[in-house]
Design a protein around this ligand. Structure first.
Ligand SMILES: Cc1cc2nc3c(=O)[nH]c(=O)nc-3n(C[C@H](O)[C@H](O)[C@H](O)COP(=O)(O)OP(=O)(O)OC[C@H]3O[C@@H](n4cnc5c(N)ncnc54)[C@H](O)[C@@H]3O)c2cc1C
Length: 824
């Protein structure tokens, strides 16, 4: 034992120092002191000396710069420079465009939870709350989604008018320019509520408040452009669209073939320098009705009118609708979600340089401008839409599953339905937490490049899952379209959100981890910057600092990952109360494992990692679910840790943790270098995989929570349109739930009497009469059952139509015109 003791002490001290990220000098001093104590206490002298020599061999070269720099740093810098993946211009711009917030802590392997706790609880301003309670509520009341999506294939003139008059298009425009000047949170809440009644209305309002002319002008516009356009955009005199995508440039938007040639031309009767544009854009939201087209194109100056640069680069311009040569107005039909969308084309369309966003000074900086602003809109529009849809889907389907009875039971009582209901509840709880977290990041002034991709991808994917589960549970009620259907259109439209603003497959497999690994990693970007520093002295010095920081970081993560794995993350400091602490500990564990995996992948694969999309996608899943779980805990605590919400929180965290382990498992089992994969498996899963999908008991709790009135259900419904009016079938079903629950005991009495043949009438009304007459139910209970019947019929009924009503609006118009011509 005394021979082993010095080595055990060395090992324990090293692990302790690595776990706590102590400095090398502290480790060396502490280990040396312990070894001296060993020596004095009579441990084997040879063993103690060998251990001390080992410490010295590591510590001396590393602690003495005049040894470390030439012997270690310089050769490693040479090697690093060779394997450093070349950054494309597009990637460089993307990396420089974002800020790093909480996601940086998750990448650190040792998150400082105080950073999360210190983030202020997201709160609306009084004017934002008033807008939600006033104009937004009213717009929801006015919205008839069936009328929009089937009858008119457009918003009614009254809706367009109301939207413009109440400055819905100017939510992000500052008040000084006549807009509402809302925070990102206010914007999020408005879109969320609108989406709960109509995805067409929410996208019509969302697009002008997302990446487009207003946002770009606010950041880069010249004073003149701001003064002219922002007030007009705010009050709807101008309807904007933004045209980037074309037939040959979809996901790879930088490859746009659309071009503009700098030349002289006529504008408002004067001869000026400008650009002659040729372009072919498609899928452009609001284009058919837009009065102002934001256009991305590549600008060339062959005659050197602006300088000696021929290819100026991607530039952005504002093209008024009445500009000669602009072809605009045709409509596309995005999966029956009839928001305005269509192509925009132009050949030799001349605009002056003053129509470039930011003027001549910003020519060629279009991509940078887009990427800098992209994370703002991407954090809000689609996540908020998914949140509104999922919330209303959850509470309406929960109520429906209680009201709808088959085999003598509410369908939500069957375990199969319970499982789907629990998924809906958990996903809705998760989506709303994530959507609010990304909006809050923007509201704090961040440019959340990585969280925006996480939020966009996961909110829309989970939103699609929710709409699929809703359809399965409500059966034919969801399939038969019409004014009574609250789910069919959302289900149809789900793939739109998946495709736009960065199609999801690419977002997951290329962007989340790809950007996260470099942007959020505490050392990688520093190393890259140091290695490309033109000043040789600074290059070596900075690289030395980053490299050894990185090495210590990697060792610490390996130790932490193994320790947490061995202890099942049951030991170690973590915030939270007795209920949430175990969740925080799990996240500490996976954060360390992610950092370890990220480092090893980058070290082993270098530039090739970019093309290993399966690995990148899975590591992205880990990062995403860490972020999601943090957002869930933050929201739970911000709301005062309500015990009633615990089933929702538990389902969501278990689901996230299950996905994290799935992703790790997939990444490790398919790791391109097999022995490295095995070693990593031992560090990440020393006892194998343990996380389980939420249990049946937990699913039962979540499903029950959706099916009865309670505070957790009410909290989930906050922020969506639940007013039970004619146009809102979901709101009506939701409003029935408390009464349906109260009537259930009476209903059971009636059913029992019918089963026992105590009541023999066949017709429902006659049964009630007989029930009262024979004393099985009271007269008040009869009223209750009559009411229950009315509510049930409204909840389960579907629409049917005169065949002419189902013909497209267009053919109806044609028929009307023919009939009018034929009329005497
Ligand atoms: C309804 C609607 C509204 C839209 N509104 C606008 C608008 O207002 N303005 C505008 O400019 N654009 C708009 N778009 C365009 C939208 O952003 C693009 O559709 C999107 O960028 C995808 O391009 P694509 O459809 O050509 O798909 P493609 O680029 O052909 O992609 C097809 C598939 O390949 C995947 N993929 C591509 N590259 C990679 C990769 N490197 N790694 C992994 N997977 C990859 C994608 O994820 C996708 O699954 C809209 C589109 C739609 C459908």
């Amino acid at each position: 034992m005394s021979i082993l003791l010095p080595f055990l002490i060395l090992l324990a001290a090293t692990a302790f120092a690595a776990y706590h990220r102590l400095r090398l000098a502290v480790w060396a001093a502490a280990t040396a002191t312990l070894l001296v104590a060993c020596w004095l206490l009579g441990a084997d002298k040879t063993a103690t000396s060998v251990a001390a020599v080992l410490v010295a061999l590591v510590a001396l070269p590393l602690l003495l710069p005049f040894l470390r720099m030439p012997l270690i740093t310089r050769p490693l810098l040479g090697f690093y420079t060779k394997i450093l993946p070349p950054l494309t211009e597009t990637e460089r711009v993307a990396l420089e465009a974002g800020t790093v917030g909480w996601e940086g802590q998750l990448f650190s392997g040792k998150p400082d939870w105080n950073v999360l706790a210190d983030q202020p609880r997201p709160a609306l301003r009084p004017d934002e709350q008033a807008f939600l309670d006033g104009p937004v509520e009213e717009l929801c009341r006015m919205t008839n989604d069936w009328q929009i999506t089937h009858v008119d294939a457009d918003l009614s003139p009254e809706l367009w008018d109301y939207i413009k008059k109440n400055r819905f298009f100017g939510m992000i425009v500052p008040k000084e320019y006549g807009g509402l000047g809302f925070t990102a949170l206010g914007n999020h809440k408005v879109i969320q509520k609108l989406a709960s009644i109509s995805a067409v209305v929410s996208s019509t309002v969302g697009v002008p408040n997302s990446l487009g002319p207003a946002e770009l002008l606010m950041h880069y516009g010249t004073d003149e452009q701001k003064q002219h356009y922002l007030p007009r955009l705010a009050d709807g005199r101008e309807v904007p669209c933004f045209a980037l995508t074309g037939p040959f440039a979809g996901s790879d938007a930088t490859s746009i073939p659309d071009y503009g040639i700098v030349c002289m031309g006529e504008w408002n009767g004067a001869r000026v320098v400008g650009v002659r544009l040729t372009f072919d854009k498609r899928y452009i939201t609001l284009a058919p009705v837009a009065t102002l087209v934001g256009l991305a194109f590549r600008m060339y100056d062959p005659d050197a009118l602006l300088g000696d640069k021929r290819d100026i680069g991607i530039s952005l311009a504002l093209v008024p609708r009445d500009t000669a040569g602009l072809e605009i107005g045709r409509r596309a039909m995005p999966l029956n979600s009839t928001f305005q969308n269509g192509p925009v084309r132009g050949k030799d369309v001349f605009i002056p340089l003053s129509q470039l966003i930011g003027g001549e000074a910003m020519a060629g900086k279009g991509w940078q401008m887009l990427v800098e602003c992209l994370s703002i809109g991407r954090s809000i529009t689609l996540p908020s839409t998914a949140s509104g849809g999922a919330k209303i889907g959850a509470v309406a389907t929960g109520a429906y599953a209680r009201i709808r009875k088959q085999f003598g039971l509410s369908i939500g009582r069957f375990e199969g339905v319970e499982e789907a209901l629990a998924r809906i509840g958990g996903n809705a709880y998760t989506i709303s937490a994530l959507a609010e977290a990304s909006a809050a990041a923007v509201a704090r002034g961040e440019l959340p490049a990585v969280p925006s991709t996480i939020s966009k991808y996961h909110c829309t994917e989970m939103g699609r899952d929710v709409s699929r589960d809703v359809m399965d549970i409500i059966g034919g009620k969801g399939i038969i379209l019409g004014p009574r259907n609250f789910a069919g259109r959302a289900y149809q439209a789900a793939p739109i959100a998946i495709t736009v603003e960065g199609a999801n497959i690419m977002t997951r497999s290329l962007m989340i981890f790809g950007q996260g690994a470099i942007l959020c990693h505490p050392w990688v970007l520093k190393e890259m910057k140091a290695a490309t520093n033109p000043d040789a002295g600074a290059r070596l010095r900075d690289f030395d600092h980053a490299l050894f920081g990185h090495i210590g970081f990697a060792i610490s993560n390996a130790v932490r990952s193994l320790w947490f794995g061995l202890t099942g993350a049951r030991i170690g400091a973590a915030p939270g109360d007795t209920y949430t602490r175990r969740y925080y500990r799990k996240l500490n564990r996976y954060s360390a494992a992610l950092a370890l995996m990220a480092d090893t992948s980058m070290l082993m694969l270098g530039g090739k990692l970019k093309f290993k999309e399966s690995l990148s996608g899975r590591l992205g899943d880990v990062l995403s679910n860490l972020y999601i779980a943090s957002a869930l805990l933050k929201r739970y605590e911000d709301e005062g840790s309500p015990a009633a919400d615990q089933p929702l929180l538990a389902w969501s965290i278990h689901n996230a943790v299950f996905k994290i382990e799935n992703a790790f498992s997939g990444a490790l089992r398919n790791f391109p270098i097999r022995p490295v994969g095995w070693l990593l498996w031992a560090l990440v899963f020393p006892w194998g995989r343990r996380a389980q999908y939420p249990s049946d008991r937990l699913c039962h709790k979540v499903a029950s929570l959706l099916m009865s009135p309670n505070e957790a259900r009410d909290r989930l419904a906050v922020g969506v349109f639940t007013t039970p009016c004619e146009n809102n079938p979901a709101g009506r079903i939701i409003s029935y739930l408390p009464k349906v629950v109260l009537a259930e005991p009476v209903e059971r009495k009636l059913i029992k009497a019918l089963k026992n043949s105590d009541i023999e009438a066949l017709d429902f009304r006659a049964q009630l009469e007989e029930g009262v007459r024979e004393g099985w139910i009271t007269a008040e209970e009869r009223v209750q059952l009559e009411e229950l019947r009315v509510m049930t019929i409204d909840a389960i009924s579907v629409d049917d139509f005169d065949p002419a009503e189902l013909r497209s609006a267009c053919s109806r118009l044609e028929q009307d015109a023919t009939e009018a011509r034929a009329a005497p």
